[in-house]
Design a protein. Structure first.
Length: 245
């Protein structure tokens, strides 16, 4: 008797893979080639649409991490933040595809974009909100346990609170690196206007590069550096002794 290997899952698609992954819907989300003003519309949409998916995953991890902090499960929150940081790194890496998008080609795409802007990305907006929620959860945990960040950073790096703080810094840094890559690519393809021009999106994007979700963590690190004298402020004793001889 011949065994039937056909799909068993409900939904559209010729196979269970297609039905579970919803590939028919996913692959139909890009503009039809007949409607494209340039074939690179496919490149442009795929990069942005996949970025939205990675941000969706990152937001889910950040949201769960905040909940774990609320429950005192710091190690679990740290692992989730590592996943979120990797997701945004992949968003950054795929921006390299825009190196294959000449400025003239992008200008040909501008009319079909309407007033669309990356600033309107729902995934990015949700990542911002989830990062703020994470910051609030960690601040509440520190307050409840009397944790001083300066003391934390002079303590044991194996401390679960220390490791969680480092995971948060990693997320913050990965987002900053994504912003830098985004900014450089945008200037390269001419999509954000000339740097220095009043009202230019390039200026707006440049200002965001230095934004930090967790400023308290960065200030604590800077405070430790400021607390130690530099080489100029703390000269070599041998040199000092020689000067006084």
């Amino acid at each position: 008797m011949k065994r039937d290997h056909g799909p068993v899952l409900p939904g559209e698609g010729a196979t269970d893979y297609a039905r579970y992954m919803r590939t028919d819907t996913l692959l139909a989300l890009q503009r039809d080639p007949a409607d494209m003003v340039h074939r690179d519309e496919l490149l442009f949409q795929v990069v942005h649409q996949s970025a939205e998916l990675w941000f969706k995953l990152a937001v889910a991890e950040l949201t769960e991490a905040a909940a774990r902090i609320d429950d005192g499960e710091l190690a679990e929150a740290e692992l989730l933040l590592g996943r979120a940081a990797l997701a945004v790194r992949l968003v950054s890496d795929q921006l390299d595809m825009f190196r294959h998008l000449p400025p003239a080609t992008f200008q040909a795409l501008v009319p079909v974009l309407g007033n669309g802007s990356g600033a309107e990305s729902p995934g990015w907006k949700q990542a911002q909100a989830a990062s703020r929620r994470l910051d609030q959860a960690f601040a509440a945990y520190r307050a409840a346990h009397g944790i001083d960040l300066r003391r934390l950073y002079t303590g044991n790096p194996a401390d679960p609170v220390y490791r969680l703080a480092e995971a948060m810094v990693e997320w913050d840094e990965r987002v900053a690196l994504w912003r830098v890559r985004h900014y450089k690519i945008a200037i390269r393809i001419g999509s954000h206007g000339e740097i220095g021009t009043q009202g230019s999106p390039a200026n707006w994007l440049a200002k965001l590069i230095d934004h930090r979700f967790f400023p308290d963590l960065w200030r604590a690190r800077t405070g430790l550096t400021d607390a130690h004298p530099t080489a100029d402020e703390h000269p070599d004793p041998a040199v000092t002794a020689g000067a006084g001889a």
